[in-house]
Write a protein that binds this ligand. Structure first.
Ligand SMILES: [Zn+2]
Length: 119
């Protein structure tokens, strides 16, 4: 009976520890992928693992910093740092499934540096 109680608490405590440790990843690992990302997007931020961008976009990123995929994804990474791991994914995905990328405040915020530049 006593060991059963210990096991019941071990899983939630373990989960909290893993999420807390993953939350400590504050610097993104940026990867330019040699293949295309499935779907219409060319880049994706997946905290805590990093930022993934199709390698075809690297030249565009270097020539137009404000409107680059890396700048856009770095704003998403800042959102993750501000909101935390669980909150970032929950908010992003719930809004995405509700209304797609349009009227998505996290996407609008990430596109702000490019909009300020006038594009
Ligand atoms: Zn985005």
């Amino acid at each position: 009976m006593h060991s059963l109680k210990k096991k019941r608490f071990a899983i939630p405590i373990g989960l909290i520890l893993v999420v807390s440790l993953l939350n400590l990843v504050k610097h993104p690992f940026v990867v330019y992928l040699p293949f295309g990302i499935p779907g219409p997007q060319a880049a994706s931020t997946i905290p805590p693992f990093g930022i993934f961008i199709e390698s075809d976009q690297k030249k565009t990123d270097e020539s137009n910093w404000a409107c680059s995929y890396l700048t856009h994804e770095m704003v998403h990474w800042e959102q993750y740092k501000r909101m935390g791991l669980v909150s970032f994914h929950y908010n992003y995905l719930s809004l995405y499934f509700k209304s797609g990328r349009k009227n998505h405040w996290m996407e609008e915020e990430a596109s702000e540096p490019c909009r300020k530049k006038g594009r």
